[in-house]
Write a protein that binds this ligand. Structure first.
Ligand code: G3P
Length: 214
C-alpha cells in the first residue's frame, strides 16, 4: 500500500519524507491556495522534494482547455500527474493525455459508474472521495470496495487512490480492502501511530529502567 500526502505544504511533505512514508503527493486548487505562493513555483518545489507522483489539477472545464493546461503542468517535472475531474469534457482529455504519456488522476469521483468510465478512458489513477461522501451520510468506504471489485472483475489497471481521508479508520479499511494508494492529510499520519497503551507501556519501562540502571 502506497502512502501519498494530501497537501500543498512543502514542510509537511519533507516531514513525511524524513519518516520514510512519502510515496507521492496529491494537491488540488484549494490546498495550493492555502500556501499563498505562485502555483508553478510551489509545484516545482514539491516535485523536487518528492520522488513519486505529484498530482496537480486542471481548472478548465472544457476538453481543449484541460489538455492545454495539462501539457503546461506536465512540463514542470517528470513526476507530475494531472488531476482531471470526472465530467464529460474530462473523459476525452483523459484518453488524449494518457496516449501522450501524461498520467491522469481522475478526481471528484463519487460513484462506481464514474470509476468505470475513468478506467475505460485509460486513467492511471481514480480518486474516490470518501470523507465527502461520509459528510453527507453516505458510505465512502463502500464506494472504494465497489470500485476495487469492479476493477478486479475486469482487470482494469487504474490504481485506486483513496482520497478525502479524514481519520485512521479510513486508512485501516482501505488497507483491508487492498486499495493501491491512500492519500491523507499530514495530521492523519500522526494519528496512525498513536495508541495510549504504547504511551503507558513506554512510561512504565522508562520508570523501571531508572531503578536498575545505576
Ligand atoms: O485532494 C483531494 C481530496 O483528498 C480532498 O479532501 O478533505 O477536501 O474532502 P477533502
Amino acid at each position: 500500500m502506497k502512502f501519498f500526502i494530501d497537501t500543498g505544504n512543502p514542510d509537511e511533505i519533507r516531514a513525511a519524507k524524513e519518516m520514510g512514508l512519502l510515496d507521492g503527493v496529491t494537491t488540488n486548487p484549494s490546498l495550493l491556495s492555502k500556501e499563498n505562493r505562485q502555483y508553478r513555483e510551489l509545484l516545482t518545489e514539491i516535485c523536487e522534494i518528492c520522488d513519486g507522483p505529484v498530482s496537480a489539477e486542471v481548472t478548465s472545464v472544457e476538453t481543449d482547455g484541460m489538455i492545454k493546461e495539462a501539457r503546461e503542468l506536465a512540463k514542470i517535472a517528470d513526476n507530475i500527474v494531472i488531476k482531471v475531474p470526472i465530467i464529460k469534457a474530462g473523459v476525452t482529455a483523459i484518453k488524449k493525455l494518457e496516449s501522450e504519456g501524461i498520467k491522469v488522476n481522475v478526481t471528484l469521483c463519487f460513484s462506481p459508474t464514474q470509476a468505470i468510465i475513468a478506467a475505460k478512458a485509460g486513467a492511471s489513477f481514480i480518486s474516490p472521495f470518501v470523507g465527502r461522501l461520509d459528510d453527507i451520510s453516505s458510505d465512502g468506504m463502500r464506494l472504494v470496495r465497489e470500485i476495487i471489485t469492479i476493477y478486479d472483475n475486469y482487470g482494469f489497471e487504474t490504481e485506486v487512490l483513496v482520497a478525502s481521508v479524514r481519520h485512521s479508520m479510513h486508512v485501516v479499511e482501505a488497507a483491508l480492502m487492498g486499495a493501491d494508494i491512500i492519500t491523507m492529510p499530514f495530521n492523519v499520519i500522526g494519528k496512525l501511530l498513536k495508541h495510549p497503551l504504547t504511551d503507558i507501556g513506554l512510561e512504565k519501562f522508562l520508570a523501571d529502567w531508572e531503578k536498575v540502571k545505576k
